[in-house]
Design a protein. Structure first.
Length: 165
């Protein structure tokens, strides 16, 4: 009886260890006392062979002028190259150039998005997970950087649309 229970327990562990992935990673945005989890608008596997799109997956948060948005990514994203794009408006309401912050694999799992001045209003905050891909020119030759590395391409995109609070 005891041996049967041990075999059943071992079998259950083996089955749960082989279960399918829960789905694409989610990004958490926190701003002005509110939190929202975002699914990707687009997400591809590591080889960029299989991609899923959910164009309506962008999320919204009310965030007052001058308040930051904190971003938290799971290790599925943080263990790869990733970046944050921040669009914001100045005190006059004029859109400013997009701020971009790049992170190397394993270096960070969180980032705080702000404008450049204390009274700037965040408008859009996006997280992009990057993957390496060999693009080819018309002759079929791989396009690489000066060090022979493949170009980085977006394999996942999460978007927060900020509503002024």
């Amino acid at each position: 009886m005891r041996r049967t229970l041990l075999l059943l327990a071992a079998g259950a562990l083996a089955l749960t260890g082989c279960s399918a992935s829960v789905g694409p990673p989610e990004v958490t945005f926190f701003g002005d006392g509110h939190t929202v989890n975002a699914e990707p608008i687009a997400h591809c596997d590591a080889l960029l062979k299989s991609c899923d799109e959910s164009p309506d997956a962008a999320v919204t948060l009310k965030v007052r002028r001058g308040k930051p948005v904190q971003i938290s990514v799971p290790s599925d994203i943080g263990d790869t190259p990733w970046l944050v794009n921040v669009q914001y408006a100045n005190a006059k309401g004029e859109l400013q150039p997009v701020k971009q912050q790049f992170f190397t694999p394993g270096s960070k799992l969180a980032y705080t998005a702000t404008g450049n001045a204390p009274d700037d209003q965040l408008v859009v905050v996006e997280v992009q997970q990057l993957g390496a891909a060999y693009a080819v020119d018309p002759a079929g030759n791989p396009i690489v950087d000066e060090n022979g590395n493949p170009q980085l391409v977006v394999r996942g995109l999460w978007s927060l649309q900020v509503q002024p609070g």
